[in-house]
Ligand binder design. Structure first.
Ligand SMILES: Cc1cc2nc3c(=O)[nH]c(=O)nc-3n(C[C@H](O)[C@H](O)[C@H](O)COP(=O)(O)O)c2cc1C
Length: 171
């Protein structure tokens, strides 16, 4: 059930060394392929990084966050077209990439595989490492791997519903 997977997903910052088979990675990326996007632009690429040297370089680009070095896989979510601004004034690519990458996180969680979003990284450095063209943007990196501690539904430190739910007008 979706709500159970949503409750199970958490940021995993401790991974087993065990490799994730390519077939499983493909199934997970299939979930992002099916994500919605503004005008169905699908302005995305997902780079799977397994190579140790590249992962080490990304770890440095991600401000030496320890778990980035430990994770067996790092995924880069790249926006390949950044110019489309929706009528609401919001650039579509960041919304679209966020949806697609959360699909990845949830599809992984369903399989007992852990992920952690990474926004704290130097854009130019990560682009250089992954040979991403200048006109693209790496919207986020995400670690992926089997968690040392099994994923299970748990309480989350979140604001109460009453604090964020408004009926009919801003509250
Ligand atoms: C866009 C985004 C960027 C994030 N960047 C980082 C990061 O650079 N390093 C990190 O350790 N966690 C990062 N996180 C994870 C958040 O800290 C985490 O999702 C939040 O504390 C809630 O915890 P949970 O994911 O376990 O539910 C990021 C999350 C999001 C959505």
């Amino acid at each position: 059930m979706l709500m159970e997977i949503i409750r199970k997903r958490r940021s995993v910052r401790s991974y087993k060394e065990e490799a994730v088979p390519n077939e499983i990675i493909k199934e997970i990326i299939e979930a992002s392929r099916l994500a919605p996007s503004a005008k169905n632009l699908q302005e995305w690429k997902f780079i799977i990084v397994k190579d140790e040297e590249k992962r080490k370089a990304l770890y440095k680009a991600a401000k030496n966050q320890q778990f980035v070095k430990e994770a067996p896989i790092i995924i880069a979510g790249v926006a390949t077209y950044t110019n489309y601004v929706m009528t609401n004034g919001v650039p579509a690519c960041y919304v679209d990439l966020a949806i697609a990458m959360e699909h990845i996180a949830l599809a992984a969680a369903e399989k007992g595989i852990g992920t952690c979003w990474i926004g704290a990284f130097y854009q130019d450095e990560a682009k250089r490492i992954l040979e991403v063209p200048d006109d693209c943007v790496i919207v986020a990196l995400m670690t992926l791997g089997y968690p040392k501690e099994e994923l299970k539904p748990m309480e989350k430190r979140r604001k109460d519903l009453e604090e964020i739910l408004c009926w009919g007008k801003f509250c």
